[in-house]
Write a protein that binds this ligand. Structure first.
Ligand code: 0X9
Ligand code: CA
Ligand code: ZN
Length: 546
């Protein structure tokens, strides 16, 4: 926290020097569309000293805030310049970031373009009366499909953390665009309910850049009774151990916790929405900036009691952090807080929950307002890390499994039952089960297509068996990302149809072992010889008919 305060002070000093120039900036410039025809012309324009905010590569033109006296210079080159209406309220050079209105337009456009896999609705209103939008991405989006596990991705609790809505929107865009194109994404859309809330704090977010420059605002915009200071820290307002360490009772503080737990409509909206969807298994809340992947607890340095839950969070954080090139850790290792989102979502509802403190790192002075170019690295990485969560949302603890928990084949006279329990199913397509006569190496698939994942326990009954035969079963996992796995084949012998019932029973017991060595040992046992003799006799009997 100390570091954050130092950073805050430095940033405010910097901002103080830039506020005055921001007004001049707008006064002297015009937002225009420059109809460059090719990259040569764009190079010339880009060399004139002002920043290009947008390039339309198909049509060739660019948009920029151009100093008024430079407009004739451009026109003299034979390039047409037209005024552009900028509804974008983001400060200069931050055009690629979405202000609130643009976020709403972005999710509206996704919903309009992909109606068969989206539903767009509000989960409530901010204290200033602005809608808190949620884009649901799933097949049959108008139905609550409780057999599908659900994930919530929520951004912008803190007004100044402008990279976070970008991450949420980028992930949503990947999902809707990839549906029906990319197998892994299609799988997620069909088997998950994905709830994306790009901003939980629209009032704070808009206030933060309302002057045309950023002002390091963190909280929402509540008018606090009896105080001239506005705002509640939404990430101190959740109702799990609310009101304790790492939160302030002073309305003027940046970490003001509010008058009571869930006093704020924004945190209440997320609470009610989450409670209303009992299939939510994972939650990601997006913050900046420190390059961290954090998990509960935030309120105490002890780990989560439940060992599986603890290791699940820890392991998933490690996976995601390695993709993001961030550091994983328990939230309290940063500093302790009470009333944050993930302590509540895990503490009250048992949801596997993470806070990302996205880039840049805490040492970077551009901190909350990194140049738009940061999106080029961070958003694709973030999306890849989110895929880990999407994958494990059905049963998060499966991230602890590295092999099949179980892989057995049991033989009776009429069938072999192959059973396996889940292994790591990263980028899963499904399973394929093959069979060969033992020792032949000639494996043939036992079924068309793939056995779909998302079931937990798997079972295949092979009824096409012959008494006395020995088979090997080969289980293969098919991944979408060159991550196929072939497991060691397991051998079984079908009990022979002899009249020696006692021997048959022995054989059944033997065959339940999935271990070749065990079978070998059994072959060496005395009664197996007797079996062999019996079989010979049977054959002879059948042959002679007497
Ligand atoms: O302090 C917060 O709310 C989060 N950091 S931020 O810089 N985005 O404000 C961190 C919350 C994680 N929880 C704990 N550290 N306990
Ligand atoms: Ca669905
Ligand atoms: Zn934050």
């Amino acid at each position: 926290m100390k570091r954050a305060i130092v950073l805050l002070t430095l940033s405010l000093l910097l901002l103080g020097t830039t506020v005055a120039t921001a007004q001049d900036f707008f006064a002297e410039r015009e937002f225009v569309r420059i109809n460059t025809r090719d990259v040569t012309e764009r190079d010339i324009v880009a060399d004139m000293g002002f920043a290009i905010d947008y390039v339309n590569l198909e049509a060739g033109w660019v948009a920029a805030w151009v100093p008024k006296k430079q407009i004739p210079q451009i026109e003299r080159l034979g390039i047409i310049v037209e005024p552009l209406e900028s509804k974008d309220t983001m400060p200069p050079n931050y055009g690629p970031y979405h202000d609130y209105q643009e976020q709403v337009e972005a999710v509206q456009e996704m919903a309009a373009t992909y109606p068969e896999i989206t539903d767009l609705y509000t989960i409530g209103q901010s204290i200033g009366g602005q809608d808190l939008w949620c884009l649901k991405i799933s097949d049959n989006p108008l139905q609550d499909e409780l057999d599908e596990s659900a994930i919530i991705v929520v951004a912008l609790h803190h007004a100044r953390e402008i990279l976070t809505p970008e991450m949420a929107l980028y992930a949503a865009q990947q999902l809707v665009e990839g549906y029906g194109v990319d197998e892994e994404i299609t799988y997620y859309v069909e088997n998950r309910e994905i709830f994306v809330i790009p901003t939980l704090n629209p009032d704070g977010g808009e206030y933060d850049h309302a002057t045309g420059n950023f002002r390091m605002w963190r909280k929402n915009r509540r008018v606090n009774e009896g105080s001239s200071c506005r705002g509640v820290d939404l990430n101190r307002n959740y109702g799990y151990l609310w009101g304790g360490v790492g939160s302030s009772a002073s309305p003027c503080a940046d970490t003001y916790r509010g008058a009571e737990a869930f006093s704020e409509p924004e945190s209440r909206a997320l609470r009610d929405f989450t409670r209303a969807h009992e299939n939510v298994r994972t939650l990601l809340t997006l913050h900046t900036h420190a390059k961290l992947v954090l998990y509960p607890w935030g309120n105490q340095s002890q780990h989560i009691d439940d060992q599986i839950d603890f290791l699940t969070h820890k392991t998933m954080a490690e996976y995601m952090a390695s993709i993001l090139k961030y550091s994983p850790g328990q939230a309290s290792s940063l500093y302790r807080t009470t009333g944050d989102t993930t302590d509540w979502s895990y503490g009250e509802l048992g949801i596997v929950s993470f806070t990302w403190e996205m880039a840049p790192s805490q040492y970077d002075i551009t901190g909350f307002y990194p140049p738009p170019s940061i999106m080029e690295t961070e958003l694709p990485r973030g999306w890849n890390a989110l895929r880990i969560m999407l994958n494990y949302t059905r049963e998060p603890s499966l991230i602890l499994a590295t092999d099949p928990w179980k892989l057995t084949a049991e033989a009776t006279e009429d069938a072999v039952t192959v059973e396996w329990a889940t292994l790591v199913e990263t980028n899963a397509k499904g399973y394929k089960l093959l069979r060969a006569d033992e020792g032949s190496g000639n494996f043939e698939p036992l079924h068309d297509g793939l056995i779909q994942t998302d079931k937990g326990d798997y079972l295949f009954v092979d009824e096409n068996v012959e008494p006395g035969a020995s088979y090997e079963y080969l289980l293969t996992f098919k991944g979408t990302n060159n991550n196929d796995v072939e497991f060691d084949p397991i051998a079984v012998t079908i009990p022979g149809s002899t009249d020696d019932d006692v021997s048959d029973d022995d054989a059944i017991d033997d065959d339940t072992a999935a271990d070749d060595d065990t079978a070998g040992d059994d072959d060496a046992a005395g009664n197996d010889d007797a079996d062999a003799d019996d079989d010979d006799d049977d054959d002879d009997d059948g042959g002679c008919g007497c």
